[in-house]
Design a binder for this molecule. Sequence first.
Ligand SMILES: Nc1ncnc2c1ncn2[C@@H]1O[C@H](COP(=O)(O)OP(=O)(O)OP(=O)(O)O)[C@@H](O)[C@H]1O
Ligand SMILES: [Mg+2]
Length: 508
Amino acid sequence: MSLGRTWSVVLTGLVGDIVEVEADLSNQIPGFSIIGLADKALGEAQQRVHNACANSDLPLPRRHVTVNLSPANLPKRGSAMDVAVAIAAVATEAPLDRQSLLETVHLGELGLDGRLRPVSGVLPAVVAAARAGFRRVIVPQGNLAEAELVDGIDVRGAVSLRDVARAHGLDVPDVEVEPVAAIDGGAADEPPAPDLAEVIGQRDAVEALVVAAAGGHHLLMSGPPGAGKTMLAKRLPGLLPDLDDDTALQVASIRSLAGLPVTSLQRRPPFEAPHHTASAVALVGGGSRILQPGAIARASGGVLFLDEAGEFSGHALDALRQPLESGRMEIHRAGFRAVLPARFQLVIATNPCPCGNYGVPGGACSCPSLAIRRYLGRLSGPLVDRIDIELGLQRISATQGIGAGTTSEEARGRVIAARDRAGRRLADTPWRMNSEVEGTWLRSGPLRPDRSITRPLDDALHRGSITLRGYDRVLRVAWTLADLAGKDRPDAADVGGALYLKRGASAS
Ligand SMILES: Nc1ncnc2c1ncn2[C@@H]1O[C@H](COP(=O)(O)OP(=O)(O)OP(=O)(O)O)[C@@H](O)[C@H]1O
Ligand SMILES: [Mg+2]
């Protein structure tokens, strides 16, 4: 018996494909080669596998070992197939349990010393293995916690190649070695979102934030420095409902792919706030071998916050177009194309001008008018077209009441009730939130509001003071206002309220 066969997974974005790893011996000059569209990393795998085996007292046969990865047309990248390659090669001569090898998917990179090194993307890879019906997956010890989040498959952690061989019935001594530590990418558990109750005054702004949360509406806040834009945006995730099972798994999978620690299924929506110096690649994602999801994908299921949005580069802002339109993002790299989910709630904060004083009562703006136009112009067009709520903020003054505002918990209760109401109404449609509903359905669908209610809007449309797109945005927000108030349909007050939120609540 000179054939060793087992399995691994190759990831393209979040999509995992099962790869068959087959090793065979031949009577050529002793050596080791991997075939099947292997990239550079897999070429290097030859060396790693060779040394790891030697240092684990699992020497490779003194003949020529050929490892074939199939399907051949699947581009295979990265180092997560090391362990499968090594164990298949060892199995060509050593008495490993063949059945056990055939039932197991192996993930992990090998160090020269024979220890298993954690890799990114283990969670989506294990999901793929479980879906393909495999009974067992062996992962590096440092990836065990995230692999165990997947149901329906037996997950084992291994510290060394020896452990893996022993799991398949080979009688090798159990040498105590230190596991390679898990990928260190910051804290696994983020601190809780700050509370809305800490916001003094700003009743209109807080209410607008609740509306945005309830309808999933994209939100633009503009106002002078210190008006509380950043403070408000950071409180949005605390108003959102918990993630459902599928979205929570998706969020965790993207974190896993990004090499961030994943130890539990986080139910809190993610909050991504890329710095304004971020490049388009930082937003979209990069990496040539393994795709590193950028801020846009990491925000999927939650909130993407662009603070000081006027300072972002045009390229970076352009990168938002496709995800805003389609809820997904295609990434093209040499040799592969991946699609990542990118369904997020966008929050944009900006000063009214570079110096921040334009339009501020009592403030003296020193910016040339051209600079102001250029500053805000960058945010115009396709980006602002998607924004349902424009909120103008002013700094709070001493005269504004210090009375206790609403807490995040209270607001979240209202948001969840409103979303449930919208969800029931939209049950037979492709949409779940008001922000997703198409304009034609709003204007001429079965629940079209009565003409008497939309009259101010219709008039504005005829006068040309509002575009059709703007009209739809007002209707969307009006529905959310009705949902928050527990009404079956928006009334004239809701349309008025939505118009106000669209134009931007100026002085509050
Ligand atoms: N309504 C408010 N209630 C309580 N604190 C406030 C309020 N508005 C502003 N602050 C305080 O002012 C600080 C500055 O607010 P914040 O950073 O949110 O302003 P900003 O609008 O984002 O300003 P910039 O344009 O400079 O980024 C906050 O950290 C907070 O302590
Ligand atoms: Mg700020």
